[in-house]
Design a protein around this ligand. Structure first.
Ligand SMILES: C[S@@+](CC[C@H](N)C(=O)[O-])C[C@H]1O[C@@H](n2cnc3c(N)ncnc32)[C@H](O)[C@@H]1O
Length: 267
């Protein structure tokens, strides 16, 4: 890492710690209840900070430790507030099946499996990923890791039943077949970030999500008025563009937490 990169990372870390200290002392500024999710679309920055505060003040230790484990040694991407988003979505919609496109080292699918165990709601958890460190025009990943084995080891760390994993790119034939093989309750798209691929992911998933089901599009906040703090990001051009093109007669946006946007299939 360059000296500038090191100093920037240190700065982000200090601002994050300072924000945690400040928000931990403050009472809740807004409710995260379902009836208030519209606020996340109108004031995404305020809602994000409330999720961040909620993470550090209210989330059960087991969930915070899960995030801490994936933050250590760069096992996962994302932001603390996203763990709160998943708790909100999972508790509200209680999916019986869940698919993640772009697994990396298993942070989100293990969080869903952990929720399933804690809530006592059986959930079939699937992941599609190359498990090779392959990236795209905006993201690169280390190559010296057996991602498939590592993902299963991360599940073992929490004593969780293994997920069903398909080693493929999301636009490969067997992946498209898997996506189309059932009616999904919840899907998370966080694989290749290039516009053409995200667009194909959205098309395949939007046809296979059940009516009333949820698709979460990661890195899709660039065209919203979310103003990220220095330790967060507003998203990437490809997913943000796809989010802007979603047919609002078929999908309604129900929740935004930072650059993650959740869409519900109508009818
Ligand atoms: C940003 S990471 C996912 C992070 C993960 N959701 C988390 O919370 O830690 C993107 C992942 O997608 C994978 N990927 C790249 N191209 C893909 C494709 N065409 N289909 C599925 N996954 C892909 C990458 O190898 C990487 O593991």
């Amino acid at each position: 890492m360059s000296l500038t990169g090191f100093l920037r990372a240190r700065w982000y870390q200090l601002v994050r710690l300072w924000t945690i200290r400040k928000l931990r002392r403050q009472p809740s500024a807004m409710s995260l209840a379902r009836s208030n999710w519209q606020r996340s679309l109108e004031d995404p920055t305020g809602f994000y900070f409330e999720c961040f505060r909620h993470f550090h003040r209210e989330l059960p230790v087991e969930i915070r430790e899960h995030r801490a484990y994936f933050t250590r040694e760069r096992r996962g991407f994302g932001e603390d507030a996203f763990h709160v988003m998943w708790q909100l979505l999972l508790q509200e919609f209680r999916p019986g099946n869940f698919l993640e496109i772009g697994v990396f080292r298993g942070q989100v699918i293990s969080l869903v499996t952990l929720w399933s165990r804690r809530a006592g709601v059986p959930c079939e958890v699937w992941g599609i990923s190359p498990f090779s460190g392959s990236g795209d025009s905006t993201s690169s990943y280390r190559r010296d890791l057996d991602y498939y084995r590592d993902t299963l080891q991360n599940f073992d760390h929490f004593g969780l039943p293994h997920p069903r994993l398909l080693r493929a790119g999301s636009t490969d034939r067997e992946a498209v077949e898997l996506i189309g093989s059932r009616s999904w309750d919840m899907i998370y798209i966080d694989g290749n970030h290039d516009y053409e691929v995200v667009q194909q992911d959205w098309d395949a998933c939007s046809n296979s999500i059940k009516s009333g089901g949820i698709i979460v599009l990661d890195d899709a906040g660039l065209t919203t008025n979310f103003q990220p703090p220095v330790f967060a990001t507003a998203g990437i051009e490809g997913p943000s563009r796809v989010a802007g093109e979603i047919d609002r007669a078929r999908f309604r946006e129900v929740l935004q937490v930072g650059h993650n946007r959740a869409f519900q299939k109508i009818g």
